[in-house]
Design a protein around this ligand. Sequence first.
Ligand SMILES: *Cc1c(COP(=O)(O)O)cnc(C)c1O
Length: 380
Amino acid sequence: MIPYGRQSITDEDIEAVVAVLKSDYLTQGEKVPAFEQGLADYCQVPHVIACSNGTTALHLACAALDLEADDWVWVSAISFVASANCARYCGAQVDFIDVEPETGNLCVAALREKLQRVQGSPRQPKALVAVHLAGQPCDLAEIGALCRQYGVHLIEDACHALGASYQGQPIGSCAHSDMTVFSFHPVKPITTGEGGAVTTRSAALAARLRLYRSHGITREPAQLNVDAPGGWYYEQQVLGFNYRLTDIQAALGASQLRRLPQFIEQRQQLAARYDELLTRLPAQPLRQMDDRRSGYHLYVVQVADRDRVFAQLREAGIGVNVHYMPIPAQPYYRGLGHDPAAYPGAQAYYRQAISLPLYPTLSLAEQDQVVRALESVLCA
Ligand SMILES: *Cc1c(COP(=O)(O)O)cnc(C)c1O
């Protein structure tokens, strides 16, 4: 089976991990801050807080905004469920914003309309989680401007989009948002096994993110309620978590980060080759916007009769996948009263979407095999 995504691990990656295993610190040594600095340099952002996975990164972002019960958080209707669950962990209420069927990204017109509709009501959102689906940045300038106008905090869910750029600025720079969240799961742009990070330009949010990452505990003299009576002294100031990344994982991340430009280049070249090979087939790639560069975490095409195409490609040994069923269609969210029919863009996207295999080490022969299988399924 050719998988839809997979990691690329070299001997250098392995040596970096082994070196940590032979060192004094497996966690809370120097590798995590070094990885954070590498990400900060790459993303051109002052603050990076690495953590245990993308889901905990999203939860930290919500906690840092002091989200609580009665607060509303809006989320792109097409994403992985973690984009919405993070708000529920804080007890906040979730609502969804429809997407554009040609990109799967948040629809600015739907966002504007809903913001106008709830203005002044208790349903006014405190935060918006905007997803960069498949690695293509959403309309950050327009979304950021609307969020500022209505006093909404903007969290970018960039779990697909490390290495992507928007109007020349790297995703993660937070040029239009309060915080950006990454995942380092093995199928994502770089991996630490499990891992995640939050980036921000705000020193205050960075301090809150660090506090929540490690039990709500601080030793920073400037943050303490009293003068420390001794070197052992720390204070727990909020109900935080243990969401730390280990040095073992951070060493792998730093090693992977060095190859990120190469990974993105390989993904973009393979995507361009798919675009070309698919022009004569009834399979429509996601629309790409001119002013941004996708990191191509996923290569999604839209096909008629998707369920049959999916089943027959799987049978042919092609590990296709579907990203994603609309979150409001999940039984948990239906149980909270959500109705997927309220998101026609998301439904149209989902009905036809299928992700073809795409990862840096996918060979041209494997890619040809995928295209041949797709052709025989679509043109049978
Ligand atoms: C992978 C992913 C997450 C969660 O990341 P984990 O590291 O698996 O916890 C959240 N949002 C999106 C869009 C993702 O793709």
